[in-house]
Design a protein around this ligand. Structure first.
Ligand SMILES: Cc1ncc(COP(=O)(O)O)c(C=O)c1O
Length: 379
């Protein structure tokens, strides 16, 4: 294998987006820097209002990152040591990490073919200690929220949406982040709407939670000199908020391009690999386009040799991570998630990707499977 193939299709190309927005961003950076207005300013308030309007919720609270959005939501809802929180084992490690950081225990439930938590299995994971469910809208596809909310209501549980990968996705016409007690978003550089570094935002319709979260992210301070309770320092900087304001204007167009690319992949690859197919209740944003195929590792290597970068989200499920060993899980506990982890591959998908590049990826995948004469097994 050529160890340094010329990359023709990058997995992400953050520089390409910056090039388009450079003038707007530099102008704003200069304006904020000249004023020296960096923290908890009107620029942040403006982003919070714009983001809340976009998600059709009453309130939004800018925080340091998506992990803090989850952690602070858990704290605001009073979840603490001794409590259990149900979530999916195939998410990014941060979902479970935030539960552990809040002092609680993550309890995993297997997923379905759309990579989202299987609501039919939630009931059997509920104990007297369960306080909340965190469905993850993985790859930008919404989880089955109605069913999850009915279970939560019946058992008196909070629902915190991990919408880190799904900014702009809709469930039955409603934006994700508007359905649970809170919606937690990441603005990390790899997300559909990203700032220039770490960033996160929480959405809610609950005024009491909103007011608590405003204080929690700022040391528990009521004002400059008075502190109501112990809190944290997790604020979204003004420069990042300003970049968020600029980019929010483009988000729907970008998400539209994600969907176009997803449609191209789906149309041309469904005969050789398993592709995601939208369910009737969802409008995904395809943060990731995940295929499943036989000989996945060979395929990834083959694509890289032809200058095409791909990634695996995620090769080791959370319950099998060393960090999770004290939780007592073992291999074969979550068969669907574990089987998917061996077969999934995320293809490049971002607004600046050209049709020519998408076709290059399609052609290479088709050629891999025809060369190898691999018979697809639909697992
Ligand atoms: C599903 C999910 N949850 C949580 C996070 C954590 O977000 P952040 O990296 O901004 O802390 C991420 C992203 O990294 C994610 O993909």
């Amino acid at each position: 294998m050529n160890p340094n193939p010329e990359i023709k299709v990058k997995f992400v190309d953050l520089g390409a987006q910056y090039k388009i927005l450079k003038d707007e961003i530099i102008k704003k950076f200069d304006e904020i820097s000249s004023k020296g207005a960096y923290i908890l300013t009107d620029e942040l308030k403006k982003f919070e209002k714009n983001f809340a309007d976009y998600c059709k919720v009453k309130y939004a609270i800018g925080v340091g990152n998506g992990t803090d959005a989850l952690f602070l939501s858990l704290r605001a809802l009073g979840i603490r040591q001794g409590d259990e929180v149900i979530t999916a084992p195939n998410s990014f490690i941060a979902t479970a990490g935030a539960i552990v950081a809040a002092g609680a225990k993550p309890v995993f439930v297997d997923v379905k073919d759309d990579y989202n938590i299987n609501p039919d299995l939630i009931k059997q994971a509920i104990t007297t200690k369960t306080k909340a469910i965190i469905p993850v809208h993985l790859t930008g596809r919404p989880a089955d929220m109605d069913t999850i909310l009915i279970i939560a209501r019946k058992h008196g549980l909070y629902v915190i949406e991990d919408a880190a990968q799904a900014i702009g996705a809709r469930y039955k016409g409603k934006r994700v982040g508007s359905l649970g007690s809170t919606g937690c978003f990441s603005l990390h550089p790899l997300k559909n709407l990203h700032v220039h570094g770490d960033g996160g935002i929480i959405t809610t319709n609950n005024k009491e939670l909103y007011e608590k979260l405003l204080k929690l992210r700022n040391h528990g301070l009521k004002n400059r000199d008075e502190c109501d309770f112990w809190g944290y320092n997790s604020r979204l900087d003004s420069i990042q908020a300003a970049i968020g304001n600029i980019k929010l204007e483009y988000l729907d167009d970008w998400n539209k391009r994600h969907k176009e690319i997803a449609a191209m992949y789906r149309k041309n690859l469904s005969d050789v690999v398993t592709v995601p197919v939208d369910k009737e209740f969802e409008e995904p944003v395809y943060h990731n386009f995940m295929i499943q195929g036989d000989k996945r590792d060979e395929l990834q290597k083959y694509l890289l040799e032809r200058g095409i970068e791909t990634k695996i989200h995620y090769p080791i499920p959370i319950h099998l991570q060393e960090a999770a060993s004290s939780l007592g899980y073992k291999e074969r506990d979550f068969l669907v998630c574990e089987a998917q982890a061996k077969r999934i591959l995320s293809l490049p998908i971002y607004p600046e990707l050209t049709d020519g590049q998408v076709n290059m990826v399609i052609k290479a995948i088709k050629s891999f499977y025809s060369n190898k004469n691999i018979k697809m097994s639909k697992k």
